[in-house]
Write a protein that binds this ligand. Structure first.
Ligand code: F6P
Length: 553
């Protein structure tokens, strides 16, 4: 059998990595740094405006070589090219995954079923540009002729997280005059609180749903529509104030959206990869179309890097394979995303959906049970806040938690020495994770504080930081449309590469369907309506009774 078809764990490359893993037992990164002054420079790669220091990892040249050999043995390069060419890499839904076409500047042809995808993408971008400019330049107004001041984007999952992240990340580029609000959850509080902040005459509603079937989005949109009608009393005005981005145009029309106000989505774009499409309209309203195009250009730069850079210098490949290393050879169960930048505060949320919905799978592409771990738990939060919360567990807990530190070299808001302080915090954390504090150092520290011998003995063990905790540090000149585009595309490709190694379909999400189906049976029971008969259990029944007994609805 050719090596690339062998089951992952029986590949010779996998065995080599297992041996390498054993060889590194007891080897400390801090010793590797001491033995090799060139380590930091050797394990440093760059692409598309981003730079990665991956020297604080439990790796040697041999490990890296073996990780890349595993990638090759899984046919990574061919699979990458198939993705970028528009082949049907989403095997369970028989679709391509062409988010890269959304940021292709039109220089190359990509077709799906004979249709020129790039032309459709460019047409849509041009339509977006017209709309955004008309609104920002006040040529297009609300039903009373007043300029729009607020955009309420209603969508969930990929139709929410990406635009929200980028909208926040590009705040320094925001145009005056338009505020963007995001409503996702089917929690009345979210839509009600948002509607309290806006005025019907000056608010544009964007219904963002690829399927136009998502309960949360449809119910929130109905509430918004009713709120609008109650105040303006004119059905005709709905078409001026409600727009949709969807692949399901008839459903949007049924809702009352004028077809001229429907922007397309395509089944070859996954929801979690859709911020680059018209789903990115809130971003464009906020920062203008030129900046939206710059965001696409940054992502395209990362696509080119992913396509062209040798594997050893390829940011998504190296980051993905380091993730494989910890996930599959060191038993790490989670991966922390730690942006040290307020503008990137929603990056962990976006990457959580991107990665966990893509690689949270248990069967191979052919449907056989996986005999290896697939995607880890992705979580995180903004630094330095996390240092006063969960970093304790990273430093001294029993689990191995690899982390990505992400920080710009320059801030948009220079004030006092804040940015140097923030940078120092970021570096001190990755160094503390790597170097730790030995028992001897803890003892010496306590003795220097003048503690008695007994106290020193009692406390020293508590002060030991084991260290040898791996991390990457991703840096960029500054948070710009281009670097944000490149950063998100980097993680998209990292996710794809890991999916290739684990042999899962990274582009479907069947797991989320069961809850949706069951919800349809539970809701009528909560509302006391007929039609909610389906298999249940005593716990669910009891909780439904409690809800009904308090008149919960
Ligand atoms: O339920 C998961 C999911 O399908 C995501 O993949 C998607 O991003 C989200 O729901 C929203 O879907 P839609 O854009 O079709 O409303």
């Amino acid at each position: 059998m050719p090596a690339h078809l062998a089951v992952l764990t029986s590949k010779p490359e996998w065995q080599t990595l297992k041996e390498q893993r054993e060889r590194l037992d007891g080897v400390l990164m801090k010793d590797l740094f001491e033995q090799d002054p060139g380590r930091a420079k050797r394990y440093f790669i760059e692409g598309a405006g981003l730079s990665l220091d991956f020297s604080k990892n439990r790796i040697t040249d041999e490990v890296l070589e073996a990780l890349l050999a595993l990638a090759r043995s899984c046919n990574l390069e061919a699979r990458r090219d198939a993705l970028l060419r528009g082949e049907r890499v989403n095997v369970t839904e028989d679709r391509p995954a062409l988010h890269t076409a959304l940021r292709n500047p039109g220089t190359e042809a990509v077709t799906v079923d004979g249709e020129d995808v790039i032309a459709e993408v460019q047409n849509t971008l041009n339509r977006m540009e017209t709309l955004v400019n008309d609104v920002l330049d006040q040529r297009r107004t609300g039903y009373t002729g007043k300029p729009f001041t607020d955009v309420v984007s209603i969508g969930i999952g990929g139709s929410y997280l990406g635009p929200k992240l980028v909208g926040e990340a590009l705040q320094p580029y925001a145009r005056a005059g338009i505020r963007c609000h995001y409503v996702a959850n089917i929690d009345g509080t979210e839509i009600c609180e948002t509607l309290r902040q806006v005025h019907p005459e000056t608010t544009l509603f964007l219904i963002q749903s690829k399927s136009f079937r998502t309960q949360e989005t449809l119910e929130n949109s109905k509430v918004a529509r009713q709120w609008f009608l109650d105040r303006c009393g004119d059905e005709q005005a709905v078409s001026q104030h409600f727009m949709a981005v969807t692949a399901n145009v008839p459903a949007a029309q049924d809702f009352g959206v004028d077809p001229a106000n429907v922007f397309p989505m395509w089944d070859w774009v996954g929801g979690r990869y859709s911020l680059w499409s018209a789903i990115g309209l809130p971003i464009a309203f906020s920062v203008g179309m030129a900046n939206f195009r710059a965001l696409l250009a940054g992502a395209h730069g990362m696509d080119q890097h992913f396509r062209e850079a040798p594997l050893a210098e390829n940011l998504p490949v190296v980051m993905a394979m380091l993730g494989i290393w910890y996930n599959n050879f060191w038993g790490a169960e989670t991966h922390a995303i730690l942006p040290y930048d307020h503008y990137l505060r929603s990056l962990p949320d976006h990457l959580q959906q991107l990665d966990m919905e893509s690689n949270g799978k248990s069967v191979t592409q052919a449907g056989a049970p996986l005999a290896w771990q697939s995607g880890p738990v992705i979580w995180g939060g903004v630094g330095a806040n996390g240092q006063h919360a969960y970093h304790q567990l990273i430093h001294q807990g029993t689990r191995l938690i690899p982390a990505d530190f992400i920080i710009p070299l320059k801030t948009h808001n220079p004030v006092a020495t804040h940015h140097a302080d923030l940078f120092a915090n970021c570096l001190s954390q990755s160094r503390a994770m790597m170097a730790g504090k030995s028992l001897e150092e803890a003892r010496a520290e306590l003795a220097a504080e003048g503690r008695s011998e007994a106290e020193t003995e009692q406390l020293a063990a508590h002060k030991v930081i084991p260290g040898n905790k791996p991390s990457n540090t991703l840096i960029m000149e500054s948070v710009t449309p281009e670097t944000v585009g490149a950063l998100i595309a980097l993680y998209e490709h990292r996710t794809f590469v890991q999916g290739v190694i684990w042999d899962v379909d990274s582009f479907d999400q069947w797991g989320v369907e069961l809850g949706k189906q069951l919800g349809k049976g539970i809701l009528p029971r909560l509302l006391g309506e007929k039609g909610g008969n389906q298999a249940s259990d005593s716990s669910t029944d009891h909780l439904i009774e409690r809800f009904r007994s308090t008149g919960g609805a």
